[in-house]
Design a protein around this ligand. Sequence first.
Ligand SMILES: *Cc1c(COP(=O)(O)O)cnc(C)c1O
Length: 441
Amino acid sequence: MPVGHITNGVHVPSWDSAWADRLWTRAGGKERWRGTLETLSEAIQACPDEELWTCRAAGRQALIQYARERLARQLGQRGTTPEIVAQAAQVLDPNVLTLGFARRFAAYKRPTLLLHDPARLARLLTAPEQPVQLVVAGKPHPADDEGKRLVEAWAAFVRQPAVRYRAVFLEDYDIALAQELVQGVDVWLNTPRRPWEACGTSGMKVLANGGLNCSALDGWWAEAYTPEVGWALGDGQEHFEPDWDAREAEELYRRLEHEIIPEFYTRDAQGIPRAWVARMRASMAQLAPWFSSNRMMREYVEHLYLPAAAAFQRRSAEGAQLAQELQVWLARVASHWSDIRFGNLEVQHEGSRMSFSVQVYLGEVDPQWVQVELYAEPVDDGAPIRQAMDRGGEIPGAINGYVYRATVPASRPPAHFTPRVIPAHPAASVPLEEHHILWYR
Ligand SMILES: *Cc1c(COP(=O)(O)O)cnc(C)c1O
């Protein structure tokens, strides 16, 4: 079947912050998100560290302001005491490494992986030197009781006085909240269980804003990840061991403790984390243009829409001559398919090759309407073998019966090969449009 794939992308102007937009505009001009975005990579490569880092700080600061206001409203609506509502104005710190986790709370996304060892997470959040802070948001489906329990786990965690200033859970996750989050976080976490993540588009939304991804190798991140653009979790394989989640949680903590947090806080004399900014630059230059809807749309147009439009034009030209021809072919193949039958099959070894010859009786079917081929299942991850068989002489005494021949390398046993008849027309997509098939038995 002609089924392929095109990787998703995000509409960058909908997700980039005002600061990031200014930076990309300086780099790429007013047409920044049009045309081929690959030229933007070079412009971002040339952007000074100071500018990238200042942009990052502006995004973080704005998110914190937004989170404080939103948290105060949320606490107030719930009837929390005025003292606690007032504390919302002090949560989070604009100079602290900010992690974001926001998504639908579906079990396969493992939204509580980071809560696997709450005490260890609390130590990371409240470390006197090099702390981290966390903004979490998300909703489960109304009928998903397990998802609701996962939200409750986060709600209970952030209520603890010890972590109250470093971890917030924002209710009513929606596109408006997602925009604030992806513009502000330093690191976007995603922890799906392989192979369930279809894409994970939210990780693409942080790219233009200089946010970095730390994600399980599934969905888009399995395609995008290289060591210089972010961090990966897991080994890219599917796992069924009962303790696998615990092992990936352990890996996530270690990644934070030994790589992410130290890299963020290692500053030079100017106060800039050069390694971190280099990673931001690589992520922005290599990933932001590619995982945009600009590239996605271009692929749809080039790989699918234009070929479809050209096929339509070929079929409709000159009074739809080709379309009519195809219609006749379709009708005749369908009505006479049951005429076709196989006769004898012979296999001969010729040195390092095998020669197959098979008798085929076509009845009322024109030999031009079909193809006879020799088929073998793929081995390992290879492609199947499909060797067209050549029509030879007519079988004596038969009407419209022929011997078809093909030779193939003798590297596989003859029993792996089966002759078959399929419909054929140079302008038709088989088996999409005509899917009859007759196997030699
Ligand atoms: C982008 C987005 C999603 C999808 O995010 P995934 O990473 O694919 O789960 C869901 N909800 C909102 C509000 C979003 O903005």
